[in-house]
Design a protein around this ligand. Sequence first.
Ligand code: TXA
Ligand code: MG
Length: 353
Amino acid sequence: MNTIIAVAERDITEEQPSQALEQAAGILKQGGLVAFPTETVYGLGGDALRSEASEKIYAAKGRPSDNPLIVHIAKEEDLQRLAREIPEKAYQLMDVFWPGPMTMIFYKQPVVPDSTTGGLDTVAVRMPAHNVAYELIRRSGILIAAPSANLSGRPSPTSADHVREDLDGRIDMILDGGDCRYGIESTIVDMTGEIPVILRPGYITKEMLEQVIGTVEVDPGISGLLPEMKPKAPGMKYTHYAPKGIMYIVEGDSRKSVIRCINRLVRERQAAGCRVGVLATRYNAMAYEADEVLVVGDRSDELMISSRLYRTLREFDQRGVDYIYSESFAGSGLGRAIMNRLLKAAGYRVIQV
Ligand code: TXA
Ligand code: MG
């Protein structure tokens, strides 16, 4: 398959025709697949209400088909077409956080095919805050099922180049809208119970949600540290976001002891003939003695770290390292989401110093 790659302007308006967007909308209407930018990561889109389109998405990603897709909408009225028993708290959250990096889970309407929801009776819905995504939904008139546009098991793509690396030749089109602002996937909140539950942490934190609707719980399965607890979002159980090198997170109270420990581990691996990388924050980077030291961002700027995390993991692949040692991040606020993704990338290998 020849994959069309086209630049979609971010500042498109309703009046301005965009050839790339019209072409992409046409592909979606015919049941084809288009990768497009959102404010979190790039999505691989297809018609959410056609099971053949969802099946094509699973095939292109090499993704297990029991892992449900998120449906992207452009206006609030679209939600009723997909979901039933929408609680009042959901409307309160929508008012504040949509469009934006928050996905909500509801009981599904019968029109949503089982292949889109991985056979579940619930559906995940999100309204992305990105002009290109908005215009694509609006112009095609299609509710777009879209997982992250990576091959299954690879870090999510935060640029059109990442999508091309993984999916060139496997999908119909890639819309290039530049780099994604947040860089990690949306917060997922299950709205089907009495108390909403966070199934995947993201930029919208527990604290932010609680300011609007009161108590919110966090699915204990997502830490991955309790093997007997299965995460409620099926996708959270798969090894994900994994770079090719084997990764460890080194955690400790003192900056100095973390640096000392990482340098010792690096020397040991190098002595065994391996190429070793370190995922560092800016002011520590100079202290490491590894083959590849990559700076993910400033420790004081969590948005910078989240937006660069997957790019940095992909960069380690390109540098061909066998092992990666990473600093650790705070377990609250956006740091909780960053740490969740890092733990998954590291297969939960944590070294305490
Ligand atoms: O930011 C995002 O959410 C991106 C962009 C493209 O919108 N999308 C994304 O999709 O991250 P994906 O497929 O990579 O992750 C979707 C997650 C999976 O962990 C899946 O199991 C969970 O959402 N999910 C989807 N539907 C669900 C449902 N009905 N119940 C529980 N979890 C669900
Ligand atoms: Mg994904």
